[in-house]
Design a protein around this ligand. Structure first.
Ligand code: DGT
Length: 145
């Protein structure tokens, strides 16, 4: 039997998948737009920053513009990437890219969420947020101030 570790196993170590996700910071003065995730799905009932998964080969800012059209029916001009965060949900990791949304055309509609709400930054900690957002709430609040 060889002692060479390379021969110990043919199996590669299991790598957990990562989901790249874009999220939009849509603000009006001291308020930010959150959407309640729909019933029956992943993280149902939690309040998220509108956005979603980046498709393979898609540019992140284009992905966000697409998601905001699909979810809110607005035509958004995506601004700067403000910060990135990661979170481990156990079986899957998410990489969240938070973008500022500079301008948008149209009134946000609930095309995907159960409800949309403009939330004052001081009230953000009281909202039921996904863990991935809760962990970076200080950074989100600092950005909004
Ligand atoms: P689906 O139905 O395959 O599109 O899946 P969803 O609805 O679970 O996923 P989607 O496209 O909203 O992807 C976002 C993932 O990132 C989801 O696992 C939830 C997680 N997430 C954590 N915080 C946020 C956030 O602030 N905004 C968004 N959009 N997603 C977040």
């Amino acid at each position: 039997m060889s002692e060479n570790p390379a021969h110990k196993s043919d199996k590669k170590p299991k790598r957990h998948p990562w989901l790249p996700v874009v999220a939009g910071i849509i603000r009006r003065e001291k308020m930010v737009l959150l959407g309640q995730r729909p019933e029956g799905g992943n993280l149902a009932g939690l309040w998220e920053f509108p956005g979603g998964k980046i498709e393979l080969g898609e540019q992140p800012d284009r992905a966000l513009a697409r998601e905001l059209k699909e979810e809110l029916n607005i035509d958004a001009e995506i601004g700067q990437l403000k910060f990135a965060a990661t979170h481990n949900y156990g079986d899957v990791g998410v990489l969240l890219l938070f973008y500022e949304v500079n301008f948008w055309k149209g009134q946000p509609e609930t095309a995907h969420h159960t409800e949309l709400r403009w939330v004052h930054i001081d009230d953000l900690p009281k909202m039921a947020l996904p863990e991935a957002n809760r962990n970076v709430l200080d950074r989100i609040i600092a950005l909004l101030k």
